[in-house]
Design a protein around this ligand. Sequence first.
Ligand SMILES: *Cc1c(COP(=O)(O)O)cnc(C)c1O
Length: 426
Amino acid sequence: MTPNSLEDCRQADAQDPLRELRHQFDLPDGVIYLDGNSLGVLPRATAARVAKVVTQEWGQGLIRSWNTAGWFDSPRRAGDKIARLVGGNPSEVVATDSTSINLFKVLSAALNMAREDAPQRKTLVSERSNFPTDLYIAEALCRERGYTLKLVEPEAIAASLTTDVAVLMLTHVNYRTGAMHDMAAVTAAAHAAGILAVWDLAHSAGAVPVDLTGAQADFAVGCGYKYLNGGPGAPAFVWVAPRHAERFWQPLAGWWGHATPFTFNADYQPAPGITRYLCGTQPIISMAALECGLDTLLAVEPLGGMAALRAKSLALTDLFIELVETRCAGHGLTLATPRVHAQRGSQVCLARGAGAYAIVQALIARNVIGDFRAGDGGLHPDILRFGFTPLYIGFEDVWQAVEHLRQVLDSGEWQRPEFNQKHAVT
Ligand SMILES: *Cc1c(COP(=O)(O)O)cnc(C)c1O
């Protein structure tokens, strides 16, 4: 059933089994936040937890807190929580560093494996519309190692898995379009062609069910400040299939990845398993905030887990698409996100030839926060992007957001000069 009135949406909220989860967050009054795919909202527990880390653990405990407050174990403790969300097993994930840096580590390990197992393979394949940092990191590594980075459109991925390819690096859910790959099928196709599969889960961890183990993926990284609600600059995470984890040092072989960091040996002995993917001292205050964010997702486990979250996410995005298409028709918006559920992440993107930026600004002025992503003037148009985080977004929010969008378009309000001035961060 698709709710088709404000009253229906209120009914759907009243019957939503995940409704209570929104009370885990401090959302400003009157804000409809459709940007949890860029920066998740503040969990209610975070401020007190961070204050405790600062005033008690650091202020009073001082250096003793490395042991007594569990600081030293926090990358693995947070990693174990993340593993539950992405189909990893305990001790297979660490929370650490940024997504960009973790990608450097795993791509480097994957290229090391390829160099030993298939030295004639000299190409790394990715998607042209992948998030730029992923492409930049890949390009830098390819230059350094004498590999070629080959970028293709999504429909050309299968055909690009040729005998010269060592590694396929993809982002599971595309940041621009919200299109989702079939991780198991793509990984199987890569493996059948002798290619390693590296996945970026930045827009899928905590947003859609992920099964890294079931998909037999090789390496994965993901982001802590998007759907995991870890706060700005939160530590990211890294997962390596246990069959590969101990094959190589990772290139940023710092002391936190050493088997016995506190023996202070001059020579490096990598820690077993995923721990070797740590580099240096971790940002403990941010790590505490990340754990609060992760706890907001683990609260779904008794309520049906990621499957329940996914069902609500699809209901929200279906509703948004239907309302935009019926109530905002004739305004030049086209759906850039797949309609097929299995191909859709937790966001909806609307393409528009011109005015996309200004429309988003006009919505933000009305407290409906989405974002804008620039096109390339060619195949990829400018888009309005709306993320739907089922932990705190309800059906009435969707109704109201579309109603604001309709008013912004009908009135031409978005054409005002103040909405057409670009800020540094879009
Ligand atoms: C958000 C995002 C990142 C972010 O990388 P940082 O190192 O945290 O800046 C990387 N890759 C993808 C696909 C993303 O969506």
